[in-house]
Design a protein around this ligand. Structure first.
Ligand SMILES: *[C@@H]1O[C@H](CO)[C@@H](O)[C@H](O)[C@H]1NC(C)=O
Ligand SMILES: *[C@@H]1O[C@H](CO)[C@@H](O)[C@H](O)[C@H]1NC(C)=O
Ligand SMILES: *[C@@H]1O[C@H](CO)[C@@H](O)[C@H](O)[C@H]1NC(C)=O
Ligand SMILES: *[C@@H]1O[C@H](CO)[C@@H](O)[C@H](O)[C@H]1NC(C)=O
Ligand SMILES: *[C@@H]1O[C@H](CO)[C@@H](O)[C@H](O)[C@H]1NC(C)=O
Ligand SMILES: *[C@@H]1O[C@H](CO)[C@@H](O)[C@H](O)[C@H]1NC(C)=O
Ligand SMILES: *[C@@H]1O[C@H](CO)[C@@H](O)[C@H](O)[C@H]1NC(C)=O
Length: 413
């Protein structure tokens, strides 16, 4: 045997040994894993939980990192949309059930958001529940955010048998539970995120506003430990150019410019976030402002209406109305860029700007009551161009949230 072949055979031999050892190792690891798995499913069965199954996040579910899902257009899709029916979701409140409230058209339910450079994964309720297994999700904000919460539970609830789901009001929260998955989807009323005199879940003043810009503890103790937090706050700030607020001494009320106050509140939130959130275990999302469509001259020059009787989305690319305050957007950008990768920004403003057709108009509520016949006849005074019909635009926000949660599932969950 020449030196060369001797060396070769030594190498072959040791490779063979390594491979053999790996097989043995792998085999026993597999055995342990199998045993663990069967023990786990035994435990799950004992507790009445639906058996654990690996979430199958396919390539189609993954968002292309370079794709900006917030840039795109609405395409007509009356085959896949709406994702659920108004009458099949028992959790919708009167404020959003436009069909039941008499809205004659339903085209607003049939639009799909199509990003320019990728596709959103198709929403799958079972996959969503699997990804959220043993987790709590909480939507925090105002009544627009409450619709996002309701949209999410409507999107998942149909796959859960009646006796395996529950819904509770625990003011200022609403809590939906999917028992078999041990998933809790929750809503927390905090229209300014920080504390204010409007924090009572139902009895909040609409005209008088007073915000405590540096106080968050009363709310935030309910947010700690929650696995997925989704924040939103905008429209309550925008009542007037100035807002009464305190900073520090709560007896010293001052009028603040809204943008200044908003920034201070968001800083308070960011400070809380950095000290109390564990980004390894928790995911935090922040939604940009939900646009309002109060004046039809903005998209239809010369007209003199509101969003009432608008049947189609705006087609003009990059349309932006005065309902979405650029200064507030910039503040959100500034504060979020400082908290960086630990908060995912859901920049849903532009895509929602196109949807002048999606609001509840006269087919919603005013101060907790459906509009009277007389009020309906006066959409300019009574039409609501802030809230959205469901099914509708908030479903798309949740499809985007879903896409991010699936992505995160592979990376860190
Ligand atoms: C699985 O359960 C059996 C009996 O309950 C126990 O003896 C075994 O150690 C468990 N295996 C693992 C990997 O936990
Ligand atoms: C869906 O939209 C197409 C095109 O507008 C229309 O021809 C068709 O009738 C619609 N289908 C349903 C079920 O509404
Ligand atoms: C259910 O989920 C919660 C978190 O939301 C977790 O603390 C708890 O351990 C889970 N229960 C079971 C039985 O896995
Ligand atoms: C609502 O709040 C106001 C002021 O905080 C209070 O005076 C009033 O009694 C409350 N109404 C109800 C129905 O609780
Ligand atoms: C602030 O409060 C004062 C005193 O109640 C009131 O006169 C003023 O109109 C309030 N300002 C705003 C912007 O609401
Ligand atoms: C959100 O998107 C809009 C429209 O593309 C853009 O103008 C704005 O700067 C974005 N906001 C932030 C904070 O990046
Ligand atoms: C994000 O969280 C990690 C872990 O707590 C931290 O080390 C990092 O500094 C945070 N990033 C920013 C930009 O705050």
């Amino acid at each position: 045997m020449s030196m060369q072949t001797y060396a070769d055979s030594r190498i072959t031999q040791s490779i063979f040994q390594v491979v053999l050892v790996s097989f043995v190792l792998l085999g026993s690891v597999r055995l342990i894993l199998d045993e663990l798995k069967s023990n786990q499913s035994r435990i799950s069965k004992l507790n009445g939980f639906r058996q654990k199954q690996a979430v199958f996040v396919t390539k189609e579910d993954q968002l292309d990192e370079s794709c900006n899902v917030f840039e795109g257009q609405w395409v007509w899709d009356n085959v896949s949309y709406p994702l659920y029916k108004e009458e099949s979701c028992p959790y919708l409140v009167k404020q959003t059930t436009c069909q039941r409230n008499g809205r004659p058209d339903s085209h607003y339910q049939n639009w799909r958001w199509q990003p320019n450079s990728c596709d959103l994964p198709r929403f799958n309720a079972l996959k969503m529940l699997d990804v959220l297994r043993d987790k709590r999700v909480m939507f925090i904000g105002d009544s627009v955010q409450r619709s996002t919460f309701e949209s999410m539970i409507c999107m998942v609830q149909s796959v859960i048998p009646d006796n395996k789901k529950s819904f509770h009001r625990v003011p200022p929260m609403k809590i939906f539970k999917a028992e078999e998955y041990n998933v809790s989807i929750e809503y927390y009323w905090a229209p300014f995120i920080v504390e204010s005199i409007s924090d009572h879940a139902t009895n909040h003043t609409v005209h008088k506003r007073l915000v405590n810009l540096d106080a968050i503890e009363k709310h935030s103790k309910s947010w700690e430990g929650v696995d997925v937090l989704v924040f939103e706050s905008y429209v309550w700030w925008m009542h007037q150019p100035k807002i009464n607020a305190t900073y520090g001494d709560t007896s010293e009320v001052k009028e603040y410019n809204v943008a200044t106050a908003y920034r201070m509140a968001l800083e308070t939130w960011a400070k809380w976030l950095v000290t109390k959130i564990n980004p390894v275990k928790q995911r935090v999302f922040f939604s940009s402002m939900s646009p309002t469509h109060l004046w039809s001259w903005e998209w239809n020059p010369g007209s003199d209406g509101t969003c009432y009787d608008e049947l189609y989305p705006i087609e003009k690319r990059s349309y932006w109305g005065t309902g979405s305050n650029q200064e507030i957007m910039k503040i959100v950008g500034d504060v979020l860029s400082r908290v960086g990768e630990n908060v995912t920004f859901l920049n849903i403003t532009q895509l929602s700007e196109y949807r002048k057709d999606g609001h509840t108009t006269v087919y919603g509520e005013r101060r907790g009551k459906l509009l009277t016949k007389e009020q309906r006849a006066d959409p300019k005074t009574y039409g609501d161009c802030i809230h959205w019909c469901l099914p509708g635009v908030p479903d798309t926000w949740n499809e985007i949230l879903y896409a991010y949660l699936l992505n995160g599932h592979r990376n860190s969950f």
